[in-house]
Design a protein. Structure first.
Length: 364
């Protein structure tokens, strides 16, 4: 089995991944699609320089890591440097320059194709395809259900007509956030889209299809105002339904590591305050349970100790998982106060989730 983890270059993701043994990132069945975003803006870095985010990848990736590189299209995570990478002139020359540097550091890296709708006739999109396939013999392309099907099919045909015979093509179908009640609709759309695309690419032999989704909401309170609850990991059942329905192509599993694709502005948490919460993935049960507790004028760190104690006391608490995330919750329950921000505890959840997925898929 293969597992492709999709991440943005944020502090929470980096913290979660830095606390996974680096040797795991050398396993060819564990791949990371890295969506490059701007860094955190500060007094000394007013734009959120991309290079700082890129340099920090070396804290967990190494030269043998199987990694895809993409550029964010999310406006809130962009800056002038991101805009320059989407400049389609000369076949997306700026993206070509950056990916060349990334490939020098990570030889197993694959570039994701960028698309700018101002590129009339896809002239530079075609140049980008030819350039990347000539240099690297592998490319990735991402599909979003919100994009009109006719546009997707047109771009797929362009890719088919302009890649080399030995090109390895990776097609990502990114469902994004999915709620349990909409799985049937999402499944039908995905099956229809992947069926049409695979028919177009029938003559291309080196194609891998990858299905991505996540079921963790951007706000737990949008699901329930309770102090404890459970969130179903619908991405697993959604993927299984699609695989069972599509038998003529191989589709591998991917997710966002229990993080929603759309991000809250972290600064907003700190300015308004928050209710301390700890989430504990239990992938064997396809769910994540959580506990929350109001601060009530106490220090956040002290409240997180109480919340961690509740998590550890729960019968669902992972017994056979030895990872940084689990140990951090245990440490907090013992009163050691390892972290006191939402971002920190998001990293804890993500770390546990990834390790449990790797075990579920027999990669570790």
């Amino acid at each position: 089995m293969k597992y492709t983890l999709q991440i943005k270059t944020g502090d929470a993701e980096y913290r979660a991944l830095k606390n996974i043994p680096k040797v795991i990132f050398s396993n060819p069945n564990f791949r990371v699609l890295t969506e490059i975003t701007r860094g955190r803006k500060s007094k000394n870095d007013k734009i959120g320089d991309l290079q700082k985010r890129i340099d920090a990848l070396g804290d967990f990736l190494d030269s043998s890591s199987f990694v895809f590189f993409d550029i964010t299209s999310e406006e809130s995570l962009s800056n002038e440097q991101i805009d320059e990478l989407y400049d389609f002139q000369y076949g997306y020359a700026n993206w070509d320059v950056l990916f060349t540097k990334l490939h020098n550091q990570y030889p197993n890296a694959t570039p994701m194709l960028l698309v700018n709708d101002q590129d009339e006739g896809y002239v530079n999109f075609i140049k980008q395809i030819k350039n990347f396939t000539k240099k690297y013999n592998k490319i990735g392309y991402k599909i979003y259900p919100a994009i009109d099907a006719s546009i997707i099919e047109k771009e797929i045909k362009i890719i088919k007509d302009n890649i080399n015979d030995n090109t390895q093509l990776f097609i990502f179908y990114d469902q994004g956030y999915i709620v349990d009640g909409l799985i049937r609709i999402a499944t039908t759309r995905a099956i229809d889209c992947l069926g049409k695309i695979s028919a177009i690419l029938e003559s291309i032999h080196n194609v891998e299809y990858i299905f991505t989704s996540t079921s963790f909401p951007d706000s737990v309170t949008s699901l329930s105002g309770n102090m404890t609850g459970k969130i179903k990991c619908s991405e697993i059942s959604l993927y299984e339904q699609i695989v069972n329905a599509i038998t003529n192509i191989n589709v591998s599993y991917s997710d966002y590591g229990s993080i929603t694709p759309k991000r809250n502005d972290e600064a907003a948490y700190y300015s308004r305050g928050w209710t301390p919460r700890i989430d504990v993935p239990v992938i064997s049960q396809q769910q994540i349970y959580y506990y929350r507790q109001k601060r009530e004028k106490r220090d956040y760190a002290d409240v997180y100790v109480d919340v961690a104690s509740k998590c550890v006391s729960d019968s669902l608490f992972p017994k056979g998982i030895d990872c940084w995330g689990v140990q951090t919750i245990k440490s907090a329950a013992a009163g050691l106060k390892p972290g006191a921000t939402p971002s920190f505890w998001l990293s804890v959840r993500m770390n546990i989730f990834i390790i449990e997925q790797l075990k579920r898929l027999s990669i570790i």
